[in-house]
Design a binder for this molecule. Structure first.
Ligand SMILES: Nc1ncnc2c1ncn2[C@@H]1O[C@H](COP(=O)(O)OP(=O)(O)O)[C@@H](O)[C@H]1O
Ligand SMILES: [Mg+2]
Length: 258
């Protein structure tokens, strides 16, 4: 049975999509069968992997709203162990259309249920909001990974996210765990980065990953080539940081299992 992880933070531009794509690719090269689901109407995960797959017209919108089977939305990619469910701008409408639907917080969970057996990991790239798409992701997931960008006001808005996670844990998905908090776009030359790191580690005592993702221009270039960093520049600090992160996630998982 695969583990389902949501990548969530209602702030935009904190590194959710970059992390979802590159954790997915790092898991896939380690031969873990991985499915990445793009849940953002901005479709950045889909375009960031555009050179890796051939679209067939079916997207996550068709699956969630038009009741097309998830299997029709799953695309194979150039990485043997990585599959993708793409999104398009249509998904904007889902946020509203879901409101009137029965069991609206569980649509995604019900769609994933049959697929999850085929994968070791299912990763959900959330939009920058706490609307019904993110609620669907949190209701379906075993855990949530929270990326935090090293910038002013890094912790702002987090209490709202944690409150939402608590509400989901109480009412929709009691097994939801925090996978970890990830510091992204870290620049060791800046005092600001060090200060934010310190604050995040204090606030999320024990939940923050040891691995930090350094600011690396290769990570921001890779999506315009439609590839994960490992296939764009495997020797870059960005590629190395995501491999280290995945190793840390796997080690943490093993510790918990013991
Ligand atoms: N470690 C990094 N170094 C440099 N640029 C990054 C890094 N992580 C993300 N970016 C860039 O920052 C922007 C926002 O990242 P993204 O992953 O799209 O955030 P989100 O999905 O949270 O909106 C993108 O242009 C991305 O390429
Ligand atoms: Mg994104």
């Amino acid at each position: 049975m695969g583990k389902i992880i949501a990548f969530a933070n209602q702030k935009g531009g904190v590194g959710k999509t970059t992390t979802a794509i590159n954790v997915a690719a790092s898991l896939a090269v380690s031969e873990f069968k991985t499915l990445l689901v793009d849940l953002d109407p901005q479709s950045n995960a889909t375009t960031g992997l555009s050179e890796m797959f051939t679209p067939n017209g079916t997207t996550i919108y068709d699956v969630l709203i038009r009741e097309k089977p998830m299997s029709k939305g799953i695309r194979k990619t150039a990485l043997e162990y990585l599959d993708l469910v793409p999104s398009t701008h249509d998904l904007v409408g889902a946020e509203i259309e879901l409101v009137g639907m029965l069991a609206r917080e569980y649509r995604l969970r019900d769609c994933i249920k049959r697929q999850v057996k085929k994968y070791d990991y299912v990763l959900l790239d959330c939009p920058p909001s706490l609307g019904l798409l993110t609620l669907n992701a949190l209701s379906s997931s075993d855990s949530v990974l929270i990326p935090i960008q090293c910038e002013y006001f890094a912790l702002e808005g987090l209490s709202q996210l944690l409150q939402t996670i608590r509400l989901v844990q109480r009412h929709l998905n009691t097994k939801l765990d925090i996978e970890g908090v990830l510091i992204t776009m870290y620049d060791g030359r800046l005092n600001l980065s060090k200060q934010v790191e310190k604050e995040v580690r204090q606030y999320f005592n024990g939940k923050t990953f040891k691995t930090v993702i350094r600011r690396n221009v290769r990570l921001s270039e890779a999506p315009s080539f439609g590839k994960p960093i490992l296939l764009y520049e495997a020797n870059s600090p960005g590629a190395q940081d995501y491999l280290t992160l995945v190793q840390e996630m796997l080690n943490r998982g093993n510790k918990k299992a013991r």
